[in-house]
Write a protein that binds this ligand. Structure first.
Ligand SMILES: Cc1cc2nc3c(=O)[nH]c(=O)nc-3n(C[C@H](O)[C@H](O)[C@H](O)COP(=O)(O)OP(=O)(O)OC[C@H]3O[C@@H](n4cnc5c(N)ncnc54)[C@H](O)[C@@H]3O)c2cc1C
Length: 497
């Protein structure tokens, strides 16, 4: 493991048996898992290069149980790591040796479907796709659609502010949330937002969204649902140069067209996806754009013609337009399966996630090619092109000594490049442990301290998901007074990792 985590509290570990016994009283039945074999599935999330067995796994199924567990942990100085489905690609749900892993997998109920208010109230363990499935019979759906939507939980989506191919037009999770119930580390339960579009006071929903399990445990979520568009059709457009595809993306947006989705794949990703799902992707192109247009039929027909013309003006070499729903889904099938497809051509890969201004795409791709040669590692690129959100997949072999480190260094250089060109370190996968130590590339000490003051307002003892997001831990009472003078660091006893 090359990323340092907070040292385990030996005093807590010495009390492990007593802690487990106390937790069993709070969550009876099969709600507490403590044997090494049964905890195995929980020792990693989607960032599988990192593993750590937790001290104990607790699986509550009511808000009251979550509240009691957190109150007990708060009073006894025990750390807690919340977990949804464990698909995080940034290590957000990675356990700690001295922490309770609090799984929300039993929170599986859709509590209310309210078509009049276009809202659905769900528990956090409900999968993203299950929300759309629950309202599909009435022609509605939940818009943010991460590629992991069959598995990832809506609680995890809120905690990571997840997006998907349709976020360009319909927004990320944050744009589709109305309210939630959160249990604070103290065990107190608060409600934020509701079914109305407007709330008074500070935008706490905005703070909770993307908080990566550091502020509270989300136990209920109210999302907005949308009516399915009358028509959706997709174009699959090939280009001989990646730059031409990048220009096409910029030209479509500047023409005032906001597609339902606009995704790009480079040659290695196209070949991997085609070999996996046989979507009919052209193999003689350097870049492929999938552009989906949705809305009333006549409008979609008109927009398809305009996009086709723009693409031709940018030098497209192939263009296919879906003529049936089946064909539209086929176009998407390769893109949606791109990650597992790349998994077939390389023993391991690291999926990076950064965002850049769209215009910087050609430069960033060129520099990535140079880095690929420098590190001697291949890279396949999949982008939410309309959002400027990159997902370079760095190919490596964990069995070759030193390759994981090389892949991580390569990834860090890509993220630094994103910041250098005016972008940001994350698109939709969160910071977790993966980008934690790169936060100072983007934020000043003042910025980071200010963000930690928010954390302190929710969790003053720093017991919720420590070691994630912030590169340096500050004790809340001392925040704002940590500075280096004459080369000497104040509060040298504070953990810095
Ligand atoms: C193949 C694949 C494709 C993916 N595609 C996408 C994509 O297109 N777009 C995208 O945005 N992401 C994508 N992801 C990443 C991942 O699916 C998302 O980040 C997802 O939102 C994580 O949800 P989860 O339930 O698995 O959360 P987990 O991995 O269990 O947890 C993620 C974080 O949320 C916190 N958390 C979870 N539940 C709660 C809760 N109830 N209360 C408080 N904190 C909580 C955890 O502590 C952790 O920090 C992909 C992942 C994979 C493996």
């Amino acid at each position: 493991m090359t990323i340092m985590m907070p040292a385990a509290d030996q005093a807590v570990l010495a009390r492990r048996e007593a802690i487990i016994a106390a937790l069993r009283k709070l969550v009876p039945g099969e709600g507490v898992i403590s044997s090494a074999a049964e905890m195995l599935p929980y020792e990693s999330d989607g960032l599988m290069a990192y593993r750590q067995p937790p001290m104990v796994v607790v699986l509550p199924d009511t808000t009251e149980q979550v509240s009691k567990v957190l109150k007990y942990c708060h009073e006894n100085g025990i750390k807690v790591v919340p977990r949804g489905s464990g698909t995080s690609l940034s290590g957000g749900a990675l356990p700690l040796a001295d922490a309770v892993l609090l799984g929300l997998g039993k929170f599986k109920r859709v509590r209310e479907i309210d078509f009049d208010n276009r809202a659905v109230v769900v528990e956090p363990g409900v999968t993203n796709l299950a929300i759309s499935q629950a309202v599909a019979h009435a022609g509605f759906y939940y818009a943010p659609d991460p590629s992991s939507q069959i598995a990832c939980s809506i609680g995890g989506n809120v905690a990571e502010n997840s997006g998907g191919v349709h976020s360009l037009k319909y927004g990320m999770t944050t744009n589709n949330l109305l309210g939630c119930e959160i249990v604070l580390m103290s065990g107190e339960v608060i409600r934020v937002g509701g079914k109305t579009a407007e709330t008074s006071g500070y935008d706490l929903m905005g703070i909770i969204t993307g908080s990566e399990g550091l502020l509270g445990v989300i136990t209920e979520i109210t999302v907005r649902i949308l009516q399915k568009p009358e028509t959706a059709r997709a174009l699959m457009i090939g280009f001989a140069e990646v730059e031409h595809a990048g220009q096409c993306v910029a030209d479509v947006i500047s023409a005032g067209i906001i597609p339902g989705g606009m995704e790009m794949m480079d040659k290695p990703a196209i070949h991997a996806a085609e070999a996996f799902v046989h979507a009919g992707y052209p193999l003689d192109v350097e870049a492929l754009l999938i552009i989906e247009l949705d809305g009333p039929g006549v409008e979609v027909d008109e927009l398809i013609k305009r996009v086709e013309k723009i693409a031709l003006g940018c030098g497209s070499t192939t263009c296919q337009i879906s003529t049936s729903e089946q064909e539209r889904l086929l176009f998407w099938s390769g893109r949606k399966a791109a990650f597992p497809a790349v998994g077939r051509i390389s023993p391991d890969y690291l999926c990076m996630d950064g965002t850049i201004p769209r215009a910087a795409l050609p430069l960033v791709l060129r520099r990535m090619k140079e880095m690929s040669a420098k590190y001697g590692l291949g890279v396949a690129n999949v982008f939410h092109a309309g959002d400027g959100n990159l997902h370079p997949l760095i190919l490596y072999d964990a069995n070759k000594p030193g390759e994981l480190q090389l892949a991580e260094d390569f990834g860090a250089d890509i993220l630094r490049l994103c910041v250098e060109v005016g972008g940001v370190l994350t698109g939709e996968h969160g910071v977790g442990i993966e980008k934690r130590d790169l936060m100072p590339e983007m934020f000043s000490e003042v910025d980071l301290n200010q963000q930690q003051r928010i954390k302190c307002a929710f969790d003053a003892q720093g017991l919720l998901n420590p070691g994630k997001v912030f590169p340096t831990l500050h004790r809340c009472a001392e925040l704002g007074r940590v500075h280096v003078h004459g080369g000497k660091l104040a509060f040298p006893d504070l953990p810095r990792f």
